[in-house]
Design a binder for this molecule. Structure first.
Ligand code: NAD
Length: 469
């Protein structure tokens, strides 16, 4: 969508979109050529001039109206998410609802983009700090939450008065298309949002260096994030980087195992583990270790895997064959290195990219799966002894996105809150990723925050104006 118009790509190239539960095509997607990107850049430059001068109240109205329209289309959009990337329909509906709330939250935050006056040294001087939209944003979003990952960037950029060119996920494009449709229907002026799909490296390498683009935002893997950050650095462009995670979960022996296990099973297998904040390394205190692993493995084996369209399905397929192959390979590697399979550990069914909910124990610290993000339905269990041993193990990772803990002892909760190295810590539940709370990582998990009152920061620049009468 360029200049609010839907169109084929200039090269007349198309790619198929595949349903991961059936391996059948569900549609075809227009691939952008460089000529399309040139037009998107020109459109965004013009759109920015219109949108930045649109009063914040009017911008908020457009975002609020878009939120309402999206709420009305929730089931239709959710069905497309399930068809294209496989998550259970209930999870897809929740995702769309989160987008509605993100649009609504950012609509209000855009009206609170306050500046300030600084007392001047001379009586005829006024000193004012204003926050201005940074300009045209190039954003790149992945397929695991095809609606929400894009909504977070689009809503915050637009609320701040920026224009945005977004490259959505080719494997699951309909959610981004739906977001663009509601915004256009809500009255977004042409050029404030342009949406393209195609060859990701070509698009990022073309858009980021363009002088029109003033900021880039990426959600995806660490290697691609590092590559894009290097590219942006060459042009001194600020980035927001939402990269991978390898979240530790510390479970102390004061908890009731039967209370905790259903929560960690649900947390692990949500979206088939294809979640950057997915709980991955489960450190369980020795006295409850065996019981916890057995209960977890039993519950994992009992999960209903199937096509996400079936309301009874608890876990769908992996989103694409590449993911299924990657999970299979990393689990095989771990088993070769000595890990034991407590549940799953193999593909499921004869068609569709299904992989069984998996739990591994005795995973050596050096196994690839302990260092690379599994990004799939795999839980790793390790016992620990004394309280003072666990923080070092939990923090022993290059990632620092999310970390979790379960305990009823306040001092243990305090220790987790203060000592875990992560951008987000959640204790006794999986309570991260709401529109009103900041989301983002430290270490190789990236920098910058989406969500919360921090959401719009990335899209502003500070201008200081000193004026003498
Ligand atoms: P990948 O690294 O190939 O791609 C990840 C995302 O980045 C995709 O949406 C892809 O289209 C995009 N991308 C890839 N190369 C790009 C480039 N040169 N320029 C712009 N965009 C580019 O991995 P994948 O197999 O699609 O996903 C698996 C890995 O990606 C996981 O291991 C996980 O670390 C990461 N991932 C993270 C998130 C997240 O929420 N942080 C979401 C999806 C994927």
């Amino acid at each position: 969508m360029i200049d609010n118009q839907w169109r084929a790509g200039g090269g007349q190239e198309w790619r198929e979109v595949i349903n991961p539960a059936t391996e059948r095509p569900v549609g075809r997607l227009a691939v952008a050529a460089k000529s399309d990107l040139d037009e998107a850049l020109a459109s965004a430059a013009a759109g920015f001039e219109v949108w930045r001068k649109t009063p914040a109240h009017k911008r908020a109205q457009v975002l609020r109206q878009a939120a309402q329209l999206l709420a009305g289309r929730r089931d239709e959009v959710a069905a497309k998410i399930t068809a294209e990337m496989g998550k259970p329909i209930g999870e897809a509906r929740i995702e769309v609802t989160m987008c509605v709330e993100t649009f609504a939250w950012c609509a209000e935050e855009g009206m609170r983009a306050y500046g300030r006056d600084i007392p001047a040294r001379l009586s005829n001087v006024t000193q004012r700090v204003v926050r201005e939209p940074i300009g045209v944003v190039a954003a790149f979003t992945p397929w695991n939450f095809p609606a929400n990952q894009a909504a977070k960037k689009i809503a915050a950029a637009l609320a701040a008065g920026c224009a945005i060119i977004i490259k959505g996920p080719e494997e699951a494009p309909s959610a981004c298309i739906a977001l663009a449709e509601v915004l256009v229907d809500a009255g977004l002026p042409a050029g404030a949002l342009n949406l393209v799909f195609g060859h990701p490296p070509m698009i990022s390498e073309y858009l980021i260096p363009s002088p029109v683009v003033r900021k880039m935002s990426f959600t995806g893997s660490v290697p691609v994030g590092k590559h894009l950050a290097r590219l942006a650095a060459g042009y001194m462009k600020p980035c927001t980087m939402e990269l991978g995670g390898h979240a530790p979960v510390v479970i102390f022996d004061d908890v009731t195992v039967d209370d905790v296990v259903p929560k960690i099973v649900a947390g692990k297998y949500r979206n088939a583990g294809q979640v950057c904040i997915s709980p991955t390394r489960f450190y369980v205190q020795e006295t409850i270790y065996k019981r916890t692993v057995e209960a977890f493995a039993g519950a994992a084996k009992a999960l209903r895997i199937g096509n996400g369209t079936d309301a009874a399905t608890q876990m769908g397929p992996l989103a694409n064959s590449r993911r299924r192959d990657a999970v299979e390979a990393i689990v095989e590697d771990a088993v070769k290195d000595g890990a034991k399979v407590a549940a799953g550990g193999r593909r499921s069914g004869n068609h569709g990219y299904f992989y069984e909910p998996t739990a591994l124990t005795d995973v050596p610290r050096t196994a690839r799966i302990m260092n690379d993000e599994p990004f799939g339905p795999v839980a790793l269990f390790m016992p620990f002894g004394r309280d003072d041993e666990i923080i070092a193990q939990a923090n022993d990772s290059l990632f620092g996105l999310a970390a979790y803990g379960f305990t009823n002892v306040p001092a243990r909760g305090d220790m987790l809150m203060h000592e875990l190295q992560a951008g987000m810590v959640s204790i006794n539940h999986f309570g991260l990723g709401l529109p009103e709370t900041p989301f983002g990582g430290i270490k190789e998990s990236g920098y910058g925050r989406e969500g919360g009152s921090e959401a719009l920061e990335a899209y502003f620049v500070t201008k200081f104006v000193s004026r003498a009468a």
